[in-house]
Design a protein around this ligand. Structure first.
Ligand code: ZN
Length: 188
């Protein structure tokens, strides 16, 4: 049922929504996660959040190494005990071509549920928690464009404008319909 899902791009409004908590842990959730891993691999990413495939639920997947055994699904994730700060370059599958230095907490604890609803915790430092924080932002409707500094914004102005133009071209404004019929037939 999720074969037709694809990664959506800035400035799709679905990327700006706050996603809803997952309360049903059924086969559909597993099927969604499976499709997301396919899409993430195709795009050579390390993380993908459900809103990035147009599903506004609190679920993201991560694989920081490329090894299938490191596939992780995080449902209803919560981060806590953040410690330290580190700046590093990040990209985003919904902002192709954009790279920006982002400050994140260095060490973070995560508590989440797996696809079956089982609660688990992880405590990590470095790259993995950076991905957790980036993906959690997606669940709250926050993108790299909201996190990057004014210099990076200026630097990427053309890229963002191109993405905005592509979105507008793919989503033309709806025809006026009814109201157009109300116009007089022979306006003078
Ligand atoms: Zn992203």
């Amino acid at each position: 049922m999720y074969e037709n899902l694809n990664i959506i791009f800035y400035p799709d409004p679905r990327l700006k929504r706050v996603s809803k908590k997952v309360t049903t842990f059924d086969d559909n959730l597993g099927a969604l996660a499976k499709r997301m891993f396919e899409l993430m691999r195709e795009a050579k990413g390390v993380g993908l959040a459900a809103p990035q495939v147009g599903q506004n639920i609190r679920l993201y997947i991560v694989n920081h190494s490329g090894n299938p055994e490191d596939d992780r699904v995080y449902v209803n994730p919560e981060l806590f005990d953040a410690d330290g700060e580190e700046s590093a370059e990040e990209g985003c599958l919904s902002l192709p071509g954009l790279h920006a230095d982002i400050v994140r907490a260095k060490t973070v604890k995560i508590r989440a549920q797996d696809v079956t609803g089982k609660i688990f915790e992880q405590n990590e430092s470095g790259y993995l928690p950076r991905i957790w924080q980036h993906e959690l932002d997606h669940l709250n409707g926050t993108m790299l464009t909201d996190r990057m500094g004014p210099t990076a914004k200026v630097e990427h102005r053309k890229l963002l404008k191109d993405l905005e133009d592509q979105y507008a071209a793919a989503h033309p404004a709806k025809p006026i319909g009814k109201s157009s019929r109300k116009l007089p037939k022979n306006p003078k």
